[in-house]
Design a protein around this ligand. Sequence first.
Ligand SMILES: Cc1cc2nc3c(=O)[nH]c(=O)nc-3n(C[C@H](O)[C@H](O)[C@H](O)COP(=O)(O)OP(=O)(O)OC[C@H]3O[C@@H](n4cnc5c(N)ncnc54)[C@H](O)[C@@H]3O)c2cc1C
Length: 391
Amino acid sequence: MDESLVEIAVVGAGITGMSMALALARGGVEPTLLSAGPLPGPTADQPPDGRTAALLQPAIDLLTRLGVFEPVGLGAEPLYRLRIVNLADKSAPSITFDAAEIGLEAFGWNIPNATLAASLAAAIGREPRITVLEDAPLSSVVETRDRLLLRAGRERLAARLVIGADGRNSVVRETAAIGTTDKDRGQTAVVCRFAHAKPHRNISTELHKKGGPFTMVPLPGRQSSLVWVDTDALSAERLAMDEAAFRAAMAEHATPWLGEIGTVSVRHAYPIRARLAKSLTAPRRALVGEAAHVMSPLGAQGLNLSLRDVAALATLLANHTGDPGCDRLLDAYAEARDMDVKMRFWGVDTLNMLVKGSLPPFRQASSLALGLLDRLPPARRVLMQGLMQGA
Ligand SMILES: Cc1cc2nc3c(=O)[nH]c(=O)nc-3n(C[C@H](O)[C@H](O)[C@H](O)COP(=O)(O)OP(=O)(O)OC[C@H]3O[C@@H](n4cnc5c(N)ncnc54)[C@H](O)[C@@H]3O)c2cc1C
C-alpha cells in the first residue's frame, strides 16, 4: 500500500499533542495528528480523569494564543497565592507567595484536564490546517534516507518529521531506541474534588509531609481539587475507603485551611513513576511532553514544562524553511529545551525525595529555607520568577 506523504506527523492526542498540532497550525504549518482513538469529545463522553492542572501564566499565554483559554467554559480558577507548609516540623513557618509581589494578578489558573482536552479538540476541529487521523495508534517506524515510514492503525504515512507526544510509553521514543532514566519512589497520588465551608481565597496550598505532598488547588466556588501523594500502600487504602472514611481522613489535613469538608467526588489513583528520556531528539524525531519527561505532581510542573516544549518547537518550525526534520532544526530544539527539562526533572525528584522522607536534617533545612524566604522578599521574587519562566 502507498504511503501518504506528510511533512510533520504529531503522534498522540493528549493535551500536549493537541496543543502541539494547534500551535503548529497557528504558525502556518500543516501537521497531521495521529490519535490512538477518537479525539476527545465533550467532557461527559470522555473517560474519567479527575485531574486538574495548575498552569502558570506562560502556559496560559500559550493557550490564549491558541484560542482555547476561556475561563468560565473551562471551569478554571485563578491562583493568586501559593502557600507551602512544612507539616513535618510543627514549629516551622509556612510561606505564602503572592503573585502581586512580581507584578502579576495571578500565577496562573487551575483547569480540569477534561475540559481543556475538549476545548483543544474543538479548536482542532475548526482548524483547516490540521489533518486528524483517528483510531490510528502508531505501531512501527522505519527509517529511510529522507523520511520516516509510519504504520498507524490502517494508515501508512511517510513523514519528514515525527513529533512524539505519545506519553510515558512513547512508541516514537522506543522505536528510536532512546533510553530513559526511571525513578520509582513507590508513591501514588489519589486525586478528587471536594467542597468546603470556607472560601479558598484563590490560594493553592501544598502541605509537605512524610510520604509526599497533600495539595489543595482552588476551583470555582467553594471547591478545590486534591492531589494527595503518599506511599503506594497508604494510597491504596485511601482509595478503598468509603466516602465518609475518606472524607474524615482528608479533613485532618484540609479542615484547618478550608473548614468543614462537604461532598467529595469519585477518587482516581495515579502511580507516580518519574521518567526522563535520555535525548529529546533522534533522526527526524522530536519528543514533547510526557514522552520526554514524567515527574511527580509536587510543585505542579509537568504540563507547564510540556507546554514550554510545545511553544519552543512550534516557534522553531514556524521560522524554518526547508526540511523540518533536518539535524539543524532538531539540534536547535534540543538546545532550547535540554536545560529546562533536566533542571525541572532533577529538581522535582530531589525535592520529592526530601519531602517524602521528611528526615530530621530535611525538616530543619526546610524550616530554615522557608524562614529565610519569608524574611527576604528579593530572594522570594527571584524564586517566583524562576518558577514562572523555566530555566
Ligand atoms: C496527579 C497528577 C497531578 C498533576 N497536576 C499537574 C499540575 O497541577 N500542573 C501541571 O503542569 N502538570 C500536572 N500534572 C502533569 C500532567 O497531568 C501531565 O503532564 C499531562 O497530563 C501529560 O500530558 P501528555 O499529553 O504529555 O501525555 P498523555 O496525557 O499521556 O497523552 C499521551 C497521548 O498519546 C496517546 N498515545 C499513546 N501511545 C500512542 C500511539 N502509539 N499512537 C498514537 N497515540 C498514542 C495516548 O492515547 C494519549 O492520548 C499532574 C500529573 C498527575 C499524575
